[in-house]
Design a protein around this ligand. Structure first.
Ligand code: PHE
Length: 344
C-alpha cells in the first residue's frame, strides 16, 4: 500500500509539472484527489489493514494528498503569473507615440442659420412653436383663407396623402393652430421653423423638401409699421447694420395687404451686382397683415385684434449669406461641403 501511494505521488507530480494550462491542472487535481480518485480508493482499503498499521498508513496517505495539493497550488500560481506576464507584455503602451486626431463635428449650416434666426426673434420676445409635417387640408389651406378649389392653391403643388391629409406645403398652418390654442386672447408672438414639402422637380433652386420659418404677431394695435420695424431689425442683424428693407405689394390669401420684402444688397450696397441681378435689392421673404378671415376662423375678434405674419426660406437666406449656389448641397451630406461651416 505504501508503494502504491508513492507511485501515485510520483505520477501526479510529474503530470503537474508538465501541465501547460490551468484547465489541465484542474483536471489533474480532480483525477488524483477527487472522490473517485485513487487516493480515496486507497483510504477506503484501510479497513483491511491490521489495526497497528492503520495510523501509519493514514498519516502517509494524508501526507501524499497534502504534497499533491501543495504542488497543484504552486503550479497554479506559476501559471497565473505567466498568463499575467504574457498579457502585460502584449499590451504595453508606448506613451511617446503621437495621439490620434479627434475629428470634431459642427452644426449643419442650415441648423446654424435657423438657430441664429431663432435667437434673434427670441430676443424680440417671440417664442418658438411647432406643428405637424403631415397636416390636414383644413390647417394647410382652409383656415388660411384658401377654400377648396381656390385658384391660389396652384401656387403650392402639394403631396396629398388622402383627400384631406397632405404633407404641409408651408409653415403657415402653425399660425392657425397657435391662434386656436390662445382662444381669442392675445398677444400671440411666435416663430415656427420646420420642414415643408412641394411637388417641385429638384434643381439648383428648388427642392421637394425644404425649410421655412414662419412668424406671427397678433395683438391689439399691431400695425404694418411694426412689421416693417421688426423685419428691418432682422435684416440688419443678419446681413449688416447698414441694410435697408423695402416692401413691394404682393398677394397671399392669408394676408391683406400682402408684401414681398427685399433687403438692400449686402454685396454692392445697392449699386447693382450679379447677386442682386443689378437691381440693388434681394428678395428675402413674404409677409403681410393677417387677413381678418384668418383671425376669425382661429377664434379672434378681427375688430379688436390685428396682426402681422411673415414666412421665409432659411435655405435661401443661408445661400445668400454664404454664397452657396445650389440648394441640393444642404441635403447631400457631403462633408467637404459641411466642414466649411465650422463655427469660430
Ligand atoms: N406661406 C407663404 C409661402 O409659403 C409665406 C408667407 C407666410 C407669406 C406668412 C405671408 C405671411 O409662400
Amino acid at each position: 500500500m505504501q508503494e502504491r501511494l508513492m507511485t501515485l505521488q510520483g505520477e501526479a507530480v510529474e503530470k503537474i509539472e508538465k501541465a501547460g494550462s490551468l484547465k489541465e491542472l484542474q483536471d489533474i487535481r480532480v483525477e488524483y484527489l477527487g472522490k473517485k480518485g485513487p487516493i480515496t480508493e486507497v483510504l477506503k482499503g484501510m479497513g483491511k489493514l491490521p489495526a497497528e498499521e492503520r495510523p501509519k498508513m493514514g498519516q502517509l496517505a494524508n501526507d501524499v494528498r497534502d504534497a499533491i495539493t501543495q504542488k497543484v497550488e504552486t503550479k497554479q500560481e506559476k501559471l497565473e503569473r505567466e498568463a499575467l506576464d504574457a498579457k502585460l507584455s502584449s499590451e504595453t503602451i508606448d506613451v511617446t507615440l503621437p495621439g490620434r486626431p479627434v475629428r470634431k463635428g459642427n452644426a449643419h449650416p442650415l441648423t446654424a442659420v435657423v438657430e441664429e434666426i431663432e435667437d434673434l426673434f427670441i430676443g424680440m420676445g417671440f417664442s418658438v412653436a411647432e406643428g405637424p409635417e403631415v397636416e390636414t387640408d383644413y390647417y394647410n389651406f382652409e383656415a388660411l383663407n384658401l377654400p377648396k378649389n381656390h385658384p391660389a392653391r396652384d401656387m403650392q403643388d402639394s403631396f396629398f396623402i388622402t383627400e384631406d391629409i397632405l404633407l404641409r406645403t408651408q409653415t403657415s398652418p402653425v399660425q392657425a393652430r397657435t391662434m386656436e390654442k390662445h382662444e381669442g386672447r392675445g398677444p400671440v408672438k411666435i416663430i415656427s421653423p420646420g420642414k415643408v414639402y412641394r411637388r417641385d422637380t429638384d434643381d439648383a433652386t428648388h427642392s421637394h423638401q425644404f425649410m421655412q420659418i414662419e412668424g406671427l404677431y397678433v395683438d391689439k394695435n399691431v400695425r404694418m409699421s411694426d412689421l416693417k420695424g421688426t423685419l428691418t431689425l432682422f435684416a440688419q442683424k443678419l446681413f449688416g447694420a447698414e441694410r435697408e428693407i423695402r416692401l413691394r405689394p404682393s398677394f397671399f390669401p392669408f394676408t391683406e395687404p400682402s408684401v414681398e420684402v427685399d433687403v438692400s444688397c449686402f454685396k454692392c450696397n445697392g449699386k447693382g451686382c450679379s447677386i442682386c441681378k443689378r437691381t440693388g435689392w434681394i428678395e428675402i421673404l413674404g409677409a403681410g397683415m393677417v387677413h381678418p378671415n384668418v383671425l376669425e376662423m382661429a377664434g379672434f375678434d378681427s375688430k379688436e385684434y390685428t396682426g402681422f405674419a411673415f414666412g421665409m426660406g432659411p435655405e435661401r437666406i443661408a445661400m445668400l449669406k454664404y454664397g452657396i449656389d445650389d440648394i441640393r448641397h444642404f441635403y447631400a451630406n457631403d462633408v467637404r461641403f459641411l466642414e466649411q461651416f465650422k463655427r469660430a
